[in-house]
Design a protein around this ligand. Structure first.
Ligand code: AQP
Length: 332
């Protein structure tokens, strides 16, 4: 059976890009294989943060994912920090990770910006911890948005380098990117991806935004001065809305172009707004109910952590053995 693994940041407020690019893939993965999904609280400590706020954000994110359709009885759903083997594996994998490769990662360059000498070492090591997450579970597939392509390529290199140096222990995973909606753009700056840290306040639709707010943000999305509803390099705003509507309806961008051929931008934007509102409304409703019960959320995460630990600890024991680290297995 295909084993699917992906992790998501506990930023609390997930946006439409996260939802279409990643979360819907997680939910679908439960029917295609063995899904293992985690909330990456350890990754969240790589930038300045507040400890109490982190705990809240983990619950917010957990409730969002459950509201979207993750079912703890049909997948392993856990919190990264509950599985101590993940940071241990990160350290072990550092020995087969080139400094130069990490230095070339776009995400590190974007996030560090001009503060390169001041950002945390954990921001630099972020992709190795991500590799450890995936490789600890022998995952075959990693469903992510397009922005994670470089990190997936790196984790494949790390697995291959490890196997050629220490023996065939790790599975080399494949990235899985959505055909439609792999890179949702900011509604106000459609040349930039919709992003928690780099986005504009009116350009991001949050999963938990009020329906009126969602509708207003989409109806005010930046478009060009033309009138044709079609994808083109000089029409990034309209192209983005076409992609959003296709993803939300589960149809293709070509079908959307045909349907709105002569509709004009006003009617088209209204249709996108209505579709996104209807798409997110049930998630928002279920979220309110799930988020109210922190004890239950904690229980779900801890139980998922126990299942994840059972898999990861076996992998890390094999890795330690192959690397000659720690006590000889026969003597334990
Ligand atoms: N704009 C996007 N379109 C499609 N997919 C996206 N993803 C992120 N942005 C888009 C995918 O969402 C998943 C979870 O992302 P994350 O919350 O772990 O953090 P991220 O990748 O760093 O996404 P953000 O919210 O945009 O944060 P910042 O601002 O920090 O970059 C991933 O699979 C990602 O590909």
């Amino acid at each position: 059976m295909t084993r699917i693994f992906s992790g998501i940041q506990p930023t609390g407020r997930k946006h439409l890009g996260n939802y279409i690019g990643a979360i819907t893939q997680y939910v679908a993965g439960q029917d295609r294989g063995e899904g293992i999904y985690c909330i990456v609280d350890l990754h969240a400590t790589s930038v300045p943060y507040d400890p109490a706020g982190l705990r809240e954000a983990v619950y917010d994110t957990a409730a969002t994912l459950l509201a979207a359709g993750l079912d703890p009885d049909r997948c392993v759903f856990f919190r990264q920090g509950d599985v101590r083997e993940e940071p241990e594996l990160c350290w072990l994998l550092c020995s087969v990770t080139a400094f130069g490769d990490l230095n070339r990662m776009h995400q590190f360059k974007e996030k560090a910006g001009s503060q390169r000498d001041l950002v945390s070492a954990s921001l630099f090591l972020y992709p190795v911890l991500q590799a450890a997450d995936v490789l600890a579970y022998h995952a075959n597939e990693v469903p992510v948005g397009e922005d994670q392509r470089q990190h997936v390529e790196l984790m494949r290199d790390i697995a291959q380098r490890f196997n050629s140096r220490f023996g065939e222990i790790l599975v080399v995973p494949e990235g899985r990117y959505p055909e439609v909606g792999g890179r949702i753009m900011d509604l106000q700056f459609p040349d930039r991806k919709m992003s928690t840290t780099g986005g504009s306040s009116q350009g991001i639709v949050y999963v938990l935004d009020d329906p009126g707010v969602v509708s207003r943000k989409i109806r005010s999305a930046v478009t060009d001065s033309g009138a044709e509803v079609m994808r083109a390099p000089d029409k990034p705003g309209v192209s983005n809305l076409i992609e959003i509507l296709a993803a939300v309806r589960g149809s293709s961008p070509e079908e959307i172009e045909r349907e709105f051929d002569s509709a004009g931008y006003g009617a088209f934007k209204q249709a996108v707004a209505d579709a996104v509102v209807a798409y997110l409304a049930p998630v928002r409703e279920r979220y309110q109910e799930l988020r109210a019960d922190e004890t239950q959320l904690e229980r779900i995460l801890v139980e998922g952590g126990d299942k994840a630990h059972a898999i990861a600890s076996a992998t890390v024991a094999d890795v330690r053995e192959a690397m000659g680290v720690g006590p000889v297995r026969a003597h334990r």
